[in-house]
Design a protein around this ligand. Structure first.
Ligand code: ATP
Length: 286
């Protein structure tokens, strides 16, 4: 396991945000944390990255205790925030030099690491241009490049595609998938874009009502069926139409032959977004 959280509690000004939250994340997985606006995703990820303090509970990351081994955890983790975390008046290269030095990198090692980060995020064209001139997508890539400087074992992405164009979004998602595959980096990805979670993640958890209310593999969650329920005066019949509509038309013919009067037909497409809605009774986005 890369992350084990037990009975985590966090309040802001007496308002409980996370309550007895427990969660385990497998090493090397791409873990999607879903939650409506204000559910507490950023709060949880900020606690894991020691940006804010928890009230109580136990957290272990790669076998290190969050309080006792705080430096060891910082060395193996990287947090890519929603906001741009670089100097706009510096170039990509200068930003990477600056943040690399903060990690204690210097000389040849620093150069090598900068070149690696530039390559992974395809920033070659921008290395000598000042960051304030970049598009939103390129700015996000620089954020990510900085986050790779310490060769993290675990990277937290907090909604990294908010406000960028579809092409940059696709590029960033592919890049994250690749990082996970080639470096075996554990990825924790928060989002309220269901299609991103569906594309990227192999494990998914839903944060709602201060807790993790559902956690499963994407495989299991996407096996949920699409159904049609037919209500007659005497019975309700649920039909699985995930693979074909044949059983639906067969049932209609059968009911007609039996002179059963149909009073209602309901279609339930249990994709992830509908599942989220039915479990939390909330939209993913405001
Ligand atoms: N520093 C703070 N002081 C007081 N309340 C806060 C603070 N930070 C966050 N909150 C509140 O805590 C709740 C959870 O916020 P958080 O940002 O963790 O949610 P989120 O799931 O990341 O939401 P979003 O998807 O909108 O980013 C919200 O009600 C928010 O207003």
């Amino acid at each position: 396991m890369s992350i084990i959280i037990n009975n985590l509690n966090k309040s802001y000004n007496n308002q409980i945000i996370l309550e007895n939250l427990s969660l385990q994340i497998n090493s090397g997985s791409i873990f999607g944390l879903l939650g409506a606006n204000g559910a507490g995703k950023t709060t949880l990820v900020s606690i894991l990255n020691q940006l804010i303090k928890k009230d109580s509970g136990n957290i272990e990351i790669y076998g290190f205790n969050l309080e006792k081994n705080s430096n060891e955890i910082k060395n193996i983790s990287s947090y890519i925030p929603q906001t741009y975390a670089f100097y706009p008046n510096l170039t990509s290269y200068e930003n990477l030099e600056f943040f690399g030095a903060l990690y204690g990198l210097k000389g040849e090692k620093l150069k090598q690491q900068i070149n690696y980060c530039i390559e992974v995020t395809s920033l070659q064209k921008f290395v000598n241009k000042k960051a304030f001139t970049y598009s939103g997508g390129v700015k996000r890539r620089l954020n990510i490049a900085i986050g790779l400087l310490n060769s993290p074992k675990i990277i937290y992405f907090d909604e990294p595609t908010v406000g960028i164009d579809p092409q940059s979004r696709k590029y960033i998602l592919e890049m994250i998938k690749n990082l996970n595959k080639t470096e075996d980096t554990t990825i924790v990805y928060t989002s309220h874009y269901m299609e991103e979670i569906e594309f990227l993640c192999d494990e998914i958890a839903i944060l709602d009502n201060k807790k993790i209310i559902l956690q499963d593999t994407k495989e299991n969650l996407t096996q949920m069926k699409s159904t049609i329920s037919i209500q007659t005066e005497n019975q309700t019949i649920e039909i699985d139409i995930s693979n074909s509509y044949n059983s639906f038309s067969d049932t209609i013919i059968k009911l007609k032959n039996e002179n059963e009067k149909i009073v209602n037909i309901n279609f339930a497409d249990k994709n992830l977004e509908n599942m989220f809605l039915s479990i939390t009774k909330k939209e993913l986005r405001d």
